[in-house]
Structures are given as structure tokens and as C-alpha cells.
Design a protein around this ligand. Structure first.
Ligand SMILES: O=C(O)CCC(=O)C(=O)O
Length: 306
């Protein structure tokens, strides 16, 4: 059987289990799952753990390379397979410090690689993005220079909306864009992996001045946009590197929580990121959720750094 066939079968099994609300223990105990009906229980017993192990391997491998997953492992499973953290990273941290005028050297020494969340308040001072970026700007940029197939290689997070793609999200009527009464609220995020779009966006922002000289800013931008009271649900990422996120418009509250194994040693707390601030966070260690605060539509842009 070719690798592609194996992957398709795995995907079908996991999708079916997801749709039927079957958890992994139940899946492992199924004697006659349609995709493996010709296997004896004994073979299932070995087959399922191997399949899962292989799936986790593929999942981790593809994320580590910063690519879209071939097989999206259910959230509960990817958390279950996450190695436990050493709680030193969050012990005694009860807030995100707010700093300004910090040199790359100081930033590296105090914040860059130790997962201590921080907000830098003066790093977007000369960015024209704060004036230029809005819903209509992104719509124009993508309408003129992207193809559906290019954007298929990027990620799209619809959160609580019905949107299936960035194109669909950028095509909502102006009444909904403006949050007029009777329209549904919206909040979504996406990664940009289109070179021309990146060139255009980067006319309006720079690599944050405080990043260590030796660090490289990832080529993929992450953009999140939407209105008050919405945001991202509580989750932890699996993306290898820490990241920065600049608040271009509006304000957002971030709730940061330690991983479950550190609940008794570390605190959950929230912090507000205001227009012009950049939050730097290791989203692979801190569970995080966001809520757009009342007022303007929130727009953020960010990237990972090494
Ligand atoms: O900005 C947001 O609303 C979500 C960001 C997020 O979840 C992330 O960067 O992992």
C-alpha cells in the first residue's frame, strides 16, 4: 500500500472517530471498525497503537517543519502526547512585564528564550501598518494577488464563524464588516505564505527592533482580525518557536495559563495588549486565550522567531 493510501486510511479512521465522538480508548477497543474490518481483534490491538504512533509522528514532523498538517490530530490527542513541561518556566510569573527602549541584548538576556511573557510598548512607533491595515486593505491585497490554491498551503482559523476559507471571510458584506446591528460577529486568523502578499505587508511594518541580532524572524506572518468579545479559545500551540504579535488596531485581553502539570506551581493571569504594543510569548508552553475588548476591530500581525 502506498504512503498516500496509508495516510488516507488513517485520516478516514480519525475523522470517523471524531464525527462519532469516539475517544481513543473506544476506538482501540472496536472489533469491527469498517476501515479495519478485515483485521482480527488481535491485529487491531497492535494496529491501532501503531497507527496512532505513526499519526503523532507525522503530525509532529509536519508541524516542526512549520507546514500545514496532512492529518490534523484531534486537539485532545495532540495534548495527550505533549511531553510534560518543566514548571520552572512559569514559577513565580504572575504578570507580563511592560517594557520599552529595550536593547536586543537585554531582550535576549531577560525574555527571548525563557518563556517569560513580555509586552514591548514602543516597538511599532514608526510602523505605517497602524494607519494602513484594516479589513478593506487585506481584502484589496488578497483580491489582487492571491490564488485560492496558494492560500490552500496556508492555515486558516475560522474560530466561531462559519467561514471555510480566507477568501470567504474577506467577502462578507460591509454591514457585517462594520458590525451593524443584526449581523453576525466575526473573528478569524490566517497565516500568510504568499510571497507577494508578504512583500506588500512588510512595506508597513519592520522586524521588531528588540529581537536578538542573531535571531531570524520567520517568513510566515500570522494575522488575526475581528471584533469585540470574540477571540481564540484556550489552547496551546505546537509550533516549535516563540513568537511576537503586534497589536495594530484595537485592544485584546490575553489569558495565560500554565500547562496542567504545572497548575499547582504556577498561576493563571491575564494581561491587556493595547494598540501599538507587541506581546512576546512562548505559545508552545503557555496555554492562551484571547478576547477582543470593546471598541475598534482588533488587528494583529506576528511571526515566530528563533
Ligand atoms: O491572537 C489571537 O487571537 C490568537 C493567537 C494565538 O492563538 C496564537 O498565536 O497561537
Amino acid at each position: 500500500m502506498s504512503t498516500e493510501n496509508v495516510l488516507n486510511k488513517l485520516k478516514a479512521i480519525i475523522e470517523k472517530a471524531n464525527k462519532s465522538n469516539i475517544n481513543i480508548q473506544q476506538l482501540a477497543s472496536l472489533e469491527n471498525h469498517s476501515a479495519i474490518s478485515n483485521l482480527s481483534f488481535f491485529r487491531c490491538f497492535f494496529f491501532v497503537p501503531i497507527v496512532l504512533g505513526f499519526t503523532v509522528f507525522v503530525h509532529n514532523k509536519l508541524w516542526i517543519n512549520g507546514e500545514k498538517c496532512l492529518i490534523a490530530l484531534p486537539d485532545s490527542l495532540s495534548h495527550a502526547f505533549r511531553p510534560p513541561e518543566n514548571c520552572n518556566f512559569c514559577r513565580n510569573i504572575t504578570q507580563a512585564d511592560r517594557v520599552s527602549n529595550i536593547s536586543p541584548h537585554e531582550f535576549e538576556k531577560y525574555f527571548a528564550y525563557n518563556a517569560k511573557p513580555v509586552i514591548v510598548t514602543d516597538a511599532t512607533n514608526n510602523w505605517t501598518a497602524l494607519d494602513v491595515f484594516d479589513f478593506w486593505y487585506f481584502k484589496d491585497v488578497y483580491d489582487s494577488s492571491f490564488t485560492e490554491s496558494e492560500q490552500m498551503n496556508c492555515q486558516f482559523f475560522p474560530y466561531k464563524t462559519e467561514f471555510k476559507s480566507l477568501r470567504e471571510a474577506l467577502n462578507i458584506p460591509s454591514e457585517r464588516v462594520n458590525y451593524e446591528s443584526g449581523t453576525d460577529p466575526w473573528y478569524f486568523g490566517w497565516s500568510n505564505c504568499n510571497y507577494e502578499v508578504a512583500q506588500e505587508l512588510r512595506k508597513h511594518y519592520d522586524r521588531p527592533y528588540f529581537l536578538p541580532d542573531t535571531s531570524e524572524n520567520n517568513a510566515i506572518d500570522w494575522i488575526f482580525m475581528g471584533g469585540p468579545s470574540l477571540g481564540a479559545h484556550m489552547h496551546v500551540d505546537n509550533v516549535r518557536l516563540p513568537s511576537w504579535q503586534a497589536q495594530i488596531k484595537g485592544q485584546k485581553e490575553w489569558v495565560l495559563a500554565p500547562p496542567p502539570e504545572c497548575y499547582y506551581e504556577c498561576s493563571t493571569f491575564s494581561t491587556i495588549v493595547r494598540t501599538g504594543d507587541i506581546i512576546v510569548l512562548d505559545t508552545n508552553k503557555w496555554y492562551h486565550k484571547t478576547i477582543v475588548l470593546p471598541g475598534e476591530i482588533s488587528i494583529t500581525i506576528g511571526a515566530e522567531y528563533d
